[in-house]
Design a protein around this ligand. Structure first.
Ligand SMILES: *[C@@H]1O[C@H](CO)[C@@H](O)[C@H](O)[C@H]1NC(C)=O
Ligand SMILES: *[C@@H]1O[C@H](CO)[C@@H](O)[C@H](O)[C@H]1NC(C)=O
Length: 476
């Protein structure tokens, strides 16, 4: 069927040199508005949204697939192969994505391992591979298209909206919100680091929020204030439960060198510029969610007034109802609000958390760098873990506290090694001591607040790239 596009009002935005239609009305979807930055969507035939159905009998190649632009001729076949007696999962990729990118393939197989679901992959590859603002404009069309298909399945094929669960990453998280805005009663939306650029100051009708489904869970992994340097993700809470692993702004193991040109090319069009290293924290939300589906290890989140309070050890343990779990099982709690946790810096990410408090010696001179710790327990050693999130000054008598995570089950901690690293070629280190002296380290488990161990540093110094192992609890 040929879709007719009516451009009903053309407004010329003066002063910016932009001439674009502000409203575009499509007979089956209603009108889309431009706000001057985000344009109206491209035509459905250009955005070229495809829906692909995966089931346990066909987990690796789609059972059926169709272009939503050819709804009338293909919807019957699609609907007949979708079993409405089963739960339905809808996966939506983000900017410059596709329905066949590795994480979409992986989450599909993890979900089909977990349960006998209909998994619908929304592939809007062409619509997403555009200049960023245009892709955002297209996201509103994709939301309308998926809503149209779900409405048809509901009205004519007994699809129960309560049993629909939409999982979207980045711009796909926002698309999940657009679907939920059009269809009341969607059971659940999981937003994986939903995109922030172009959405931060939007009314909730134009972005994902908790009114879009009966239950909305969010994982925030890259929510720095978007300043052309980092922060693709939305930092403010937007769901019924919002999880902030490692503070929600930057993820361990992600060595993001903010490359202005790369960000610039993401925003302004050149697709090759979006490198993996720039989006590592943003993609971590997906890694964490996928791991949570079938992992025996639980990502416990802690109630806390802020990410920094959690990081300094003020929010240990779990409240009476237990800690809510981040990821697939996050709907098993009745608690609501923001929750904090630490993860490991590489897979498997689910971590045992430890509270570590380093006391700098009263004999120390000011130094500048970062500390790495390695824990050794009855069952073995941890990986080397970044203690402080970034380079910083360490001054005499300073107490530095953080919650860290390791994915190794080390058992009861017997000793720990502290390594000191100075940044290379850094003006901060030209006036500082090339040594850090330690008085002691106090360690605890985040689950049991009375389980604290003190290790003595005996005012020993650590030189750059050197380390000190602390194992005694005597005389400090
Ligand atoms: C399917 O439901 C829609 C309403 O969503 C209705 O207009 C249409 O006639 C129905 N189609 C069939 C084939 O039953
Ligand atoms: C949680 O969500 C899953 C998938 O959407 C669903 O099957 C399950 O029944 C829900 N559990 C609770 C306790 O709501």
């Amino acid at each position: 069927m040929l879709t007719l596009v009516f451009v009903c009002c053309v407004v010329f935005v003066t002063g910016r040199g932009v001439t674009s239609p502000q409203t575009e009305c499509l007979p089956e979807f209603g009108c889309f508005i431009s706000d001057g930055i985000v344009p109206v969507p491209q035509q459905p035939a250009v955005v070229d949204t495809h829906l692909k159905l995966f089931t346990r009998s066909s987990p690796h190649s789609p059972r059926t697939s169709f272009a939503v632009d050819q709804f009338d001729s293909h919807i019957n076949k699609f609907a007949s192969l979708l079993d409405t007696t089963k739960d339905t999962k809808v996966i939506v990729h983000g900017y410059i994505g596709s329905g066949s990118m590795p994480w979409v393939v992986q989450i599909t197989s993890e979900l089909l391992l977990k349960g006998d679901f209909n998994v619908i992959v929304v592939d809007w590859q062409t619509g997403s591979q555009q200049e960023y603002n245009l892709a955002v404009g297209n996201s509103y069309l994709v939301g309308a298209e998926v809503a149209k298909v779900l409405t048809y399945l509901h009205d004519n094929r007994t699809l129960d909206y309560v049993r629909v669960h939409i999982i979207g990453h980045s711009l796909g998280g926002q698309i999940a919100g657009h679907i939920g805005y059009r269809i009341k009663g969607i059971g659940r939306i999981s937003g994986l680091d939903p995109a922030e650029p172009d959405f931060r100051d939007k009314d909730t009708s134009r972005r994902l929020d908790q009114s879009d489904a009966t239950f909305v869970d969010i994982i925030h992994t890259d929510g720095s204030k978007f300043k052309l340097l980092s922060g693709y993700g939305f930092l403010a809470p937007m769901g019924h439960v919002d999880f902030y692993p490692n503070g929600g702004q930057h993820q361990p193991g992600c060595d993001e060198k903010p490359i202005i040109s790369a960000i610039d090319s993401i925003l302004h069009g050149s697709i090759g510029g979006a490198t993996r290293s720039v989006t590592c924290s943003h993609n971590r939300a997906v890694d964490l969610y996928i791991e949570s589906i079938n992992s025996a290890c639980r990502f416990y989140g802690h109630t806390c007034s802020s990410a920094s309070k959690f990081d300094d050890g003020s929010c240990m343990g779990c409240s009476v109802g237990g800690c809510p779990v981040m990821g697939y099982d996050s709907n098993q709690t009745s608690q609501r609000g923001s929750f904090y946790l630490s993860t490991a810096g590489s897979a498997p990410f689910c971590a045992r958390e430890y509270y570590v408090e380093i006391h700098v010696s009263h004999l120390a001179s000011t130094s500048y760098g970062e500390l790495l710790v390695t824990l050794t327990g009855m069952n073995g050693g941890s990986e080397e873990i970044k203690f402080s999130p970034r380079n910083e000054y360490f001054r005499r008598d300073q107490v530095e506290k953080h919650v860290i995570g390791t994915n190794t089950d080390i058992g009861h901690v017997k000793s720990l090694r502290v390594k000191y690293v100075e940044p290379s070629h850094n003006h901060h280190t030209s006036h500082t001591a090339h040594e850090i002296r330690l008085h002691s380290v106090i360690m605890g488990s985040t689950e049991r607040s009375n389980d604290r161990v003190k290790f003595c540093g005996h005012e020993n110094g650590i030189h750059p790239d050197g380390s000190l192992t602390l194992s005694s609890s005597l005389n400090c």
